[in-house]
Write a protein that binds this ligand. Structure first.
Ligand SMILES: [Zn+2]
Length: 440
């Protein structure tokens, strides 16, 4: 007899594998051992498999967990704080609030809130750019999220008060910090904020340190036309050309936004293997524009989906993002151009490649880490099911996610965190944000 598997998810009504053939299986079971998928086969075949725990998915759809490839989780504390403004107005208002409250403890608190919202919504991985990454990572790991983060870089001291050399010094010990904090595996990232807040000299230095640490890079690029104009005036280049010329594209790099990329930018990026986090909700709300989702993919760029932070998109709902991404294709191209597999892949398997985790997560396949979500199908708005992909993109919502596993750990059970006390967390958040009333 072989040892029992840790978990057997039995008899899934649908298992949306997001494998290379985008296969959807019916009445399948998934076995998980040591955090990884050890078996994935018709339920009948795995009927006699011994398991320490079982989850009956007879009325559920099982999907890979969603990957939010660009966000700022701690900004959940500023939900609804900057309304009726464009990116410039947004930054002014938000940076004032952040300056007033975002110390280590508050960054951690905001990240715990964001991580809980993400997991309850079926998101198992986030690419989180924020100040105080050791604190944010500690918070997210506590809640059970796969939380990609990294040291952030600005030319100026910024809200965390760090001088440039201190940022560099912290980056050099980042890997050791990550090891100390633990949690689900993440790649090492450095996160210079953007080409408009980091000089070419500083970007070059970050690229060199990334090389030294074998780290990936995440930064905001070409979010608005005003940003492109500013960089053109200062350096006579596009932001992507600045990234190329400073060595930023010499690493595995993922852009946040990438709304205003020229054809030539896309060629440069495709050649360098640069990815993009498409954030349709934030881009629409701030009036930044509409990223060329299909054109980027057609150019060979890996595109993930993201929410951006809660102060510009107000929530971390990746189901809403999938739906917006699809609707925008209908609007900019045509309904016939909406490829639902492409949308779902951007939120899962392609998103995994975009964040540098393509070999570990993003699909239901033997050997992958078990980052999975269960969606309750026994509901009026999900009945009948003529098209599983259309159900996921256009009808299902985050409230339909009942259970979530990250690296095999059951972090959300029946819509409830198994890791933290939600009532206590919300009370701590409400107590902390009271101070913002003074800077209204
Ligand atoms: Zn952002």
């Amino acid at each position: 007899m072989s040892a029992p598997v840790d978990l057997l998810i039995i008899n899934a009504k649908y298992a949306v594998s997001v494998n290379s053939k985008n296969e959807i299986f019916e009445k399948y079971s998934i076995a998980i051992t040591d955090g990884k998928i050890s078996h994935f086969a018709p339920a009948d075949e795995l009927r006699n498999l011994e398991a320490t725990k079982t989850f009956d998915a007879t009325n559920h759809l099982i999907s890979p967990g969603l990957i939010n490839s660009h966000t700022h989780l701690a900004m959940s504390l500023l939900r609804g704080w900057a309304e009726g403004v464009d990116l410039q107005g947004f930054l002014e208002r938000v940076w004032a609030a952040e300056g007033a409250i975002m110390d280590d403890a508050t960054s951690q608190l905001g990240t715990e809130l964001g991580a809980l919202e993400a997991l309850l919504s079926g998101t198992t991985t986030t690419m989180d750019m924020y100040l105080n990454p050791a604190a944010t990572h500690t918070g997210a790991v506590r809640v059970g999220l796969r939380h990609i983060c990294g040291p952030i870089f600005f030319d100026f001291p910024g809200l965390d008060g760090l001088e440039w050399q201190e940022r560099i010094d912290r980056a050099l010990v980042w890997k050791q910090e990550l090891e100390k904090i633990g949690g689900p595996y993440i790649p090492t990232y450095l996160m210079p904020h953007s080409t408009y807040t980091d000089s070419p000299e500083h970007l070059t230095e970050v690229a060199q340190i990334a090389q030294q640490l074998d780290a990936s890079i995440h930064l905001h690029v070409s979010e608005t036309q005003a940003e492109n104009d500013d960089i053109r005036t200062r350096f006579g280049k596009t932001p992507t050309e600045v990234c190329r010329d400073t060595g930023i594209l010499g690493r595995h790099t993922i852009y946040g936004h990438g709304v205003h990329l020229s054809d030539s930018d896309m060629q440069i990026m495709a050649k360098a293997g640069t990815a993009v986090a498409h954030c349709p909700g934030s881009n629409l709300k701030l009036g930044s524009g509409i990223a060329k989702f299909r054109k980027m993919i057609g150019s060979g760029i890996k595109v993930g989906l993201g929410t951006d932070g809660c102060s510009s998109s107000n929530d971390l709902d990746m189901f809403a993002v999938m739906r917006m991404a699809a609707h925008l294709v209908s609007f900019t191209d045509s309904p016939a151009d909406v490829d639902l597999n492409q949308i779902i892949r951007a939120a899962t398997a392609d998103g995994a490649v975009a964040v540098g985790l393509g070999d570990r997560i993003g699909s239901i396949e033997v050997g992958k880490e078990a980052d999975l979500i269960a969606i309750d199908l026994a509901q009026a708005h999900l009945t009948p099911i003529h098209n599983v992909l259309a159900l996921l993109v256009f009808a299902a919502g985050r409230g339909d996610v009942t259970d979530v596993w990250v690296a095999g750990e059951h972090v959300i059970s029946d819509r409830t965190s198994t890791k933290i006390d939600q009532i206590d967390l919300l009370a701590r958040v409400n107590a902390r944000v009271k101070v913002l009333a003074d800077i209204q």
